[in-house]
Design a protein around this ligand. Structure first.
Ligand SMILES: *Cc1c(COP(=O)(O)O)cnc(C)c1O
Length: 329
């Protein structure tokens, strides 16, 4: 395996903490529950995209690019972290955001404005459909643009979660984890964790909770992740082939669709806040945690299991979703 040939630019603070959620575990009557705090990666309120951007933006710098383009939803955590990273690296940043400009910027969008990036509203296109057009425009203006893919989920982004498994391995002193649970949406986190698990010989069951009902646009999401695992293995000369039937992508918790907050997400947010003093986000981590809670209640775990919830960030969007949170009523 050859990870060392890929450069990183430092954007966050690692390792992120590993903490035990004993009050939540006790409340649920479940196994030991731990949390990997990637909400604390440190870049502009943190999140899992910080790891990916360390590899991806190092590549942009290596190619002499001066402008970054990426895309996402109006409350995209990925876009917020990309805009912050671009500010730090003195790169111009263009965000293509789905929908129309709201009357008042809140949450992640408010922060995007602070990083002085250029925002292009793209209506119903929230996954970068207009990137090629903006790319040509910027080139015509004499800039050297670089495209960061949707969610930072390409091979370079996935590499960072191989490192993340190594980081976890260093931190975990006790028994091995039996399960690792996280929110999966553009696939880079999932693909990297699959490879990290393979490379470091881990035995945990890796369960991605699908949070997006329409995750499968051009290609089925499970096929997309599988392909990303194999392409990433390829660029690091890892002799490994992953097949789709090995993938655990649970789609039982997509509720009414992307970003629609229901009672399950509300319960996960409230329990984690009042028992642990930790903030989940309404779109991704609350959905994944509601899956974990349901797993405990339905008897999926043994008493001696040791479950890890990988917190991927996102709390800035809580403010934008204030009207959907039960606690505010
Ligand atoms: C992007 C994101 C995810 C999903 O990670 P992918 O690598 O895109 O699958 C999960 N949680 C939060 C908070 C995110 O911003």
């Amino acid at each position: 395996m050859h990870l060392e040939k890929f450069e990183k630019t430092s954007l966050g603070f690692f390792p992120t903490p590993l903490v035990e959620l004993s009050r939540l575990s006790h409340f649920l009557g479940g196994p030991k529950i731990f949390m990997k705090r990637d909400d604390l990666t440190g870049l502009a309120l943190g999140g899992n995209k910080t790891r990916k951007l360390e590899y991806i933006l190092a590549d942009a710098l290596k190619h002499g690019c001066d402008t970054i383009i990426t895309a996402g939803a109006a409350q995209s955590n990925h876009c917020r972290q990309t805009a912050a990273a671009a500010a730090k690296l003195n790169l111009e940043c263009h965000l293509l955001l789905g929908g129309d400009a709201p009357l008042k910027a809140q949450g992640n969008l408010l922060l995007d404005h602070l990083f002085a990036c250029h925002i292009h509203w793209t209506g119903s296109n929230r996954k970068g459909e207009d990137i090629a057009r903006i790319f040509s425009q910027l080139q015509a203006e004499g800039k050297k643009p670089y495209i960061v893919p949707y969610g930072g989920s390409n091979e370079l982004g996935a590499l960072s979660f191989i490192d993340a498994v190594a980081e976890l391995e260093q931190q975990n002193t006790g028994a091995e984890f039996s399960h690792v649970i996280f929110a999966s949406s553009s696939g880079g986190t999932h693909a990297g964790l699959i490879l990290g698990k393979q490379i470091y010989n881990k035995t945990f069951e890796l369960i991605g909770i699908n949070i997006d009902k329409e995750a499968n646009s051009a290609m089925q999401f499970d096929q997309q992740i599988t392909q990303l695992v194999n392409n990433t293995a390829n660029i690091i000369d890892l002799n490994y082939t992953f097949s789709k039937d090995q993938l655990i992508l649970n789609s039982d918790y997509v509720g009414k669709g992307y970003g629609i907050v229901g009672p399950q997400e509300n319960e996960a947010i409230t329990l984690t806040a009042k028992l642990e003093g930790i903030l989940l986000d309404p779109v991704y981590t609350a959905r994944a945690m509601s899956g974990l809670i349901h797993f405990v209640r339905s008897g999926k775990f043994e008493k001696n299991d040791k479950v890890l919830f990988w917190h991927t960030g996102g709390a800035p969007s809580l403010f934008a979703y204030a009207d959907d949170l039960d606690c505010a009523r």
